[in-house]
Design a protein around this ligand. Structure first.
Ligand code: PAF
Length: 282
């Protein structure tokens, strides 16, 4: 496995691989790799000749009061984990290589990015879309792998790929959970054991909503109430939102039908935990 630090050298390698008709899979990450990331790397290694993992804590997707400075960075460990999971290259640039002085051009996703996480974190998806477009242009992947846990991120990137006619496939991959059901996140390092244990109610709430829907419940307010009660059974958890949206364009649903994303954010202290489930409603 090789580690590449500059966009120019990564681009050269990608061009040469494409010249040899090799398929390239990209797993974009900010490092602090966990089993969720590793599942994306393994999938990419199965589906492509070459897998590139990018590790870059992208400053433009963090708000001024967010955790950019203290975001977990564990390059040595990440490098071993990525290699073991099947990565052929790690692209690990510096911030100044990605955003040189006088950088001025950003991708600004429209309506799809102004709700849910976009409303809670203004400017977040502008940073995400911009860095992903840069990574796509540098690494030239045939496929790029994103976890379903960040469902809105996946929807925003899919929309960008359609809108900009990007010549690659965006592959959404299932959420990986702890044995107790908590959706894995690099931010778990901020939580104590007891906080992680309390967080299990988040998935329980989603499962309960699914069960009710399958039994015929179609009232969004009743489902929201049920989920809030389950989460409220643990102390110290604060619900930021529970939302029901159309999966393709993330429009908020007034009545339940079609492919639906149920997503929620629960805060424990300063840590925001995201989770969601997709359900087809007839
Ligand atoms: O999901 C992440 O880790 C980041 O948002 C991504 C896609 C690597 C862009 O910085």
């Amino acid at each position: 496995m090789q580690i590449i630090n500059t966009p120019k050298s990564m681009q050269k390698i990608a061009e040469s691989l494409r010249g040899k008709r090799k398929t390239i899979g990209l797993v974009p990450t900010m490092g602090a790799l966990h089993e969720g990331h590793l599942s994306l790397i393994k999938r990419s290694a199965m589906e492509n000749d070459i897998t590139v993992v990018s590790i870059f804590v992208n400053p433009t997707q963090f708000g001024p009061n967010e955790d950019f400075a203290r975001y977990p960075r564990a390059f040595k460990k990440d490098r071993l984990l990525a290699q073991k999971a099947g990565a052929d290259f790690i692209f690990h640039p510096t911030a100044s290589a990605m955003y040189p002085d006088n950088f001025q051009t950003f991708v600004i996703p429209d309506k799809i990015a102004d709700k849910l996480e976009g409303a809670a974190r203004p400017g977040h998806f502008k940073g995400v879309a911009t860095i992903c477009l840069k990574l796509f242009n540098i690494i030239k992947p045939h496929r790029a792998y994103f976890g379903q846990k960040d469902a809105q991120q996946l929807a925003v990137i899919r929309q960008m790929a359609r809108d900009f006619n990007l010549d690659l496939k965006i592959v959404g991959c299932p959420i990986v959970r702890t044995r107790t059901g908590v959706a894995l996140s690099s931010r778990h390092v901020y939580l104590s054991e007891s906080e992680l244990r309390k967080a299990t109610v988040i998935h329980k709430a989603l499962l309960a909503a699914r069960k009710e829907i399958n039994a015929g419940q179609r009232s969004i307010s009743k489902l929201r109430k049920l989920m809030a009660e389950i989460i409220g059974s643990e102390s110290g958890l604060y619900i930021e939102y529970i939302s029901f949206n159309r999966w393709d364009n993330l429009e908020e649903l007034r009545t339940l039908s079609g492919n639906t994303l149920i997503s929620l954010v629960v805060r424990i202290g300063k840590v925001r935990l995201l989770d969601n489930t997709l359900i087809r409603i007839r």
